[in-house]
Design a protein. Sequence first.
Length: 290
Amino acid sequence: MCDSEDFTHWVPNFLKQRYGENKSRADAVWRMWALFLKEHELTAPRQITREYANTYIEWRQKPNKSKCKYKCCRNTIILEVKFIRIFLDEAVRRNYTAFNPWLKLNLHRENQKQKPELPRSAMVKILREIRREPSPIKRKFFLTSFLISRYHGCRLSETHLNPLTQVDFGGSKPVISFNAKGGRTHTVFLHPKLIRRFRHMREQGMTETYKPLKSPAKEWFNLLRRSGVKDLHPGACFHSLRVTAATTLARKGINEKRAMDYIGHASTTVHRSYVRLKADDLSICADALA
């Protein structure tokens, strides 16, 4: 085996080339995979067999805080397996192994708990808790990511714009471009309530929306818990802002295709899974059939 085939020699650079600045999730998977390889004395793609997929799942389900291996659900593990399959696909492309043994594993996700829509009262609690944050760096992170997702329904990773030139003030209306999943980019008009904030960032010479934190999703989890939002709305997380945006657009009768283009959903199935219309929202249907 050549040293170049060792996972540790090529995976980090591969992730940087494939995902660029949006590689935090892939990096987290790589940390787990690298730990698994080390514990099982595996170094090269040729050593990976199909059986190691089940071994990884069983290994991943056993927390070890001393090694930063925390408890996670089955759906998270399956997502990690999908990333590892991408690593193995790249190994095949590089001729480090003859085939990808983890293809067609037939793994099934558990039914996920629905992330709730956040009402206006929850938004008020979140903003109040953000103002209480003593760290200026964290306060800027919370407020900026909250406002961008509040008005554009984007994912947490998409709120970190670097460089800020992803916001273009050159036309008649400013536009914002988000780096979406799968290397896609989707561009929409910047929400009017964000224009002044982004102009101010530009005037201050900022190059990114905020300084990235080590564990942004965890920071948001803790803030929602401190604010009481998680108690009032079980399952609430930052992604609930995306659910709220999709639901609000549906409730206001925005054409589904336009809503998808605005939020950045490529699949109607996924988009519809975000909409949380209630009985009161559907009364218009009964009125139409009167």
